[in-house]
Write a protein that binds this ligand. Structure first.
Ligand code: ARG
Length: 716
């Protein structure tokens, strides 16, 4: 293993000149791996202008928005733009029936009207350093030190952990006001020390109405042609010293090291484009057995969500107030639900498993050619396959439970309450006060909670679980789960449990933990925990073997492809992908142009379908061709396509031109290549971007927030 790690670092270093399109590249390796090839297809920047730890560079304008999206700074006063679907949860939280910013849109006309978003963070990357050589050297030393010692493994692990903490503490000392973490790449073959600055006072500045920001809804999600104005704006605030500070009226707009310049020139086919952002998860180093298991598990999720979403949707269609409550939950659920279905289809159509199996065959052949390779990588696939097989059934049950009976509305309240309680109990002996505080902190869950709808969903999810799993996994409650009348059971819970309605939950503030002992929902939840606990034990029982096999497999693959530049799986760290603006052909005889316009919005309009309503004002602007400086050929370009390699988490990422100027925001992938997290498809895979001119048109002409233009920089 030691040897593998040393050679790996070397492999990553020798690689030069990558091909375009595919790849979520590591920024510190840009100079070595990518910049030459980027320049060959049009990039006019140096690697140092994109990523530098000594000077301000583009990376200083790119942020991790919340924990699941990307945003970019577009003014010297901390103004930030991201996708509408990234701001969605926060905008929903700020909205009420009286002030429905989600539905109607919002623009702060002055700084006082910028609305604080509790809990939202914006993270700036300061530095990332490969610490693999340091940790490997330490490991080697420890292995020698404890060669014949008892519990050598544990001792080595503990001291390695201490070494890692030492590195982290040193980084924190070098970077005041920052956090530091060690993050693994390439299936645990490489470790980076990453230093971040996290801002906690972030305020909502504005967004278009849902009919623009989410135009096309779930129907158009993951699809091209697309016409969604998927953007929202926020502002980062800091203390007077320009450092992170929790919300305070005294705070001032953050002055960034770098903000992006905006280009209003638009895009042409074949233009160079690159994207920097925080892709979340990909599976490009997984084995065929893991991929099959993933598809199997996702099918369970899809089935459970179909049941729940149908009920949610009915409630949302019937009442605007229910729609507001469930908008964010529904969008989150449905986004995965549709993605996994597309992925399953694409797996079949593009023969993903077959191609992966072929790759593994070729890999095995290569490994077999040398004794040393056999020693290092010969067991990798076997280890992974065995571990997957051993955990398979347990993972299915875990998924069934988590997607149905462990995520019912009242149970979410219960789980949240007890988690909060247990956290606070650690720091206090005043149990009564802690209970009151935990109730208070859990109560906001009832803001997005409709009792009638929750009841229906509970009944359906219990039924789903009973229909799908073997009776040995039924919860052991007082009643007989196998024959239970779920409607009656759920009615009883909503009558008697302290976690199912706001009124009863508020009473918990005056109760003791003992008083909750007989709670019927608590009984149910404990019974579910009894079922899931052994499943987790079985599932994680092979975690070490899986980790080891995966690490060897990735190390082997890298060695096999030695000399070719490589990038690790996405892991929510900052990456860069580069390519060009390009159309595509989704099927025989069909060509999709590389951009869409407002004309398409008007074509798709359907006043009777919530997803395709068009605001009257937008129609007026369109008819009057009142497009201002944002027009191209007497129209507004809404979205465009590039060949950039992105995934979830990249949402909101800046799409940049050859000069590094902002031309759009990445917000989606396309239906024909939904297997893209596993394999990149050069001919089919596209990144869907909203044109920055549509963003600004909506902000300025439609939203009347032209004052924000004054703080932005535009290219000449
Ligand atoms: N598919 C997009 C992504 O995963 C999210 C789009 C959100 N829109 C929606 N209609 N749910 O980044």
């Amino acid at each position: 293993m030691k040897k593998i790690l040393c050679t790996l670092a070397a492999i990553l270093m020798v690689a030069t000149g990558a091909k375009a399109d595919e790849g979520m590249w590591l920024l510190p390796l840009l100079q070595k791996m990518n910049i030459k090839s980027m320049q060959e297809i049009g990039c006019e920047l140096s690697a140092e202008e994109i990523y530098s730890i000594n000077h301000s560079s583009l990376k200083d304008a790119i942020v991790h928005f919340g924990s699941g999206c990307t945003g970019e700074i577009i003014s010297n006063e901390g103004l930030l733009v991201t996708n509408h679907h990234c701001g969605y949860g926060n905008i929903q939280k700020l909205s009420s029936d009286e002030h429905n910013y989600l539905e109607n849109g919002y623009w702060a006309m002055s700084r006082n009207e910028e609305l604080p978003c509790k809990g939202l963070t914006v993270t700036f990357l300061q530095n990332m350093t490969d610490v693999t050589p340091i940790l490997n050297k330490e490991k080697k030393h420890l292995e020698k030190k404890y060669r014949n010692a008892e519990n050598a493994g544990e001792k080595i692990a503990a001291e390695l952990e201490a070494k890692a903490s030492e590195l982290i503490e040193a980084a924190k000392a070098d970077y005041p006001h920052c956090e530091a973490n060690i993050v693994s790449f390439y299936n645990n073959n490489v470790q980076y020390l990453i230093v971040d600055k996290v801002f906690t006072d972030v305020r909502f500045v504005g967004a278009p109405p849902a009919s623009v920001g989410k135009f096309g809804g779930e129907t158009d999600n993951w699809m091209w042609p697309r016409h969604t104005g998927d953007f929202s704006m926020f502002r980062v605030y800091a203390g007077k010293d320009n450092e992170p500070a929790d919300y305070s009226e005294e705070n001032v707009p953050y002055i960034p090291k770098k903000s992006l310049t905006i280009s209003l020139k638009g895009v042409q086919e074949n233009d160079f484009s690159f994207i920097m952002g925080y892709p979340g998860r990909t599976q490009r180093f997984q084995t065929a057995s893991q991929l099959k298991q993933m598809i199997d598990i996702n099918r369970i999720r899809v089935d459970a969500r179909t049941t729940r979403q149908n009920i949610m949707n009915e409630g949302m269609e019937a009442s605007p107030s229910v729609r507001l409550k469930y908008a964010s939950k529904y969008a989150r659920s449905s986004n995965g639900w549709k993605k996994w279905q597309g992925e399953e289809l694409a797996f079949q159509k593009l023969n993903i498993i077959g191609r992966e199996e072929q790759k593994e065959q070729d890999f095995i052949k290569w490994v077999g050619q040398k004794k040393s390779r056999l020693a290092q990588y010969g067991q990798a696939l076997k280890k992974v396959d065995e571990a997957v097989a051993a955990g398979k059934d347990a993972e299915r049950i875990i998924t069934y439970i988590n997607e149905s009976v462990a995520s019912m509305g009242p149970e979410t309240v219960l789980i949240n309450f007890f988690n909060t309680l247990n956290t606070h109990l650690k720091g206090s002996t005043d149990t009564a006060a802690v209970i009151r505080q935990s109730v208070e902190e859990t109560l906001p869950l009832f803001k997005d909670y409709d009792v009638a709808l929750e009841k229906k969903m509970c009944v359906a999810m219990l039924q789903f679980y009973r229909d799908e799993v073997d009776s040995i996994y039924f919860p052991q409650i007082k009643e007989n789960f196998a024959t239970l009348d779920f409607q009656q059971y759920v009615d009883g819970i909503f009558r008697n449990s302290h976690f199912a309605t706001r009124e009863k939950f508020e009473q918990v503030a005056n109760l003791s933990i003992k008083d909750l002992a007989d709670d019927p929902l608590k009984e149910f939840h404990s019974a579910i925990v009894q079922v899931i606990t052994p499943c987790y034990a079985s599932y994680f029982g092979n975690a070490e073997q899986l980790k080891e096999g995966s690490r060897e497999f990735a190390a082997g693959l890298l060695k096999w492809q030695k000399g070719e530049p490589s990038y690790p799986d996405a892991n929510s760290t900052m990456r860069l992908t580069y390519g060009t603006v390009k159309p595509y052909s989704p099927k025989d005889a069909v060509l999709y142009r590389h951009y869409s316009t407002l004309t398409g919005v008007m074509e798709k309009e359907d006043p009777n379908n919530y997803e395709f309503k068009v605001p009257a004002k937008l129609k007026e602007l369109y008819e009057a061709k009142d497009f201002g400086m944002y027009a191209e050929n007497d129209n507004i370009v809404t979205c465009f396509l590039t060949t950039n390699d992105i995934t979830g988490g990249n949402s909101g990422s800046p799409v940049l031109n050859a000069k590094g100027e902002l031309i759009g925001l990445a917000f989606d992938g396309n239906w024909e290549s939904m297997s893209s997290d596993v394999m990149f498809e050069p001919d089919l895979q596209r990144c869907i971007c909203v044109d920055i001119r549509y963003v600004l048109f909506m902000m300025d002409k439609f939203g009347g927030a032209s004052h924000l233009l004054e703080e932005m920089n535009f290219s000449k």
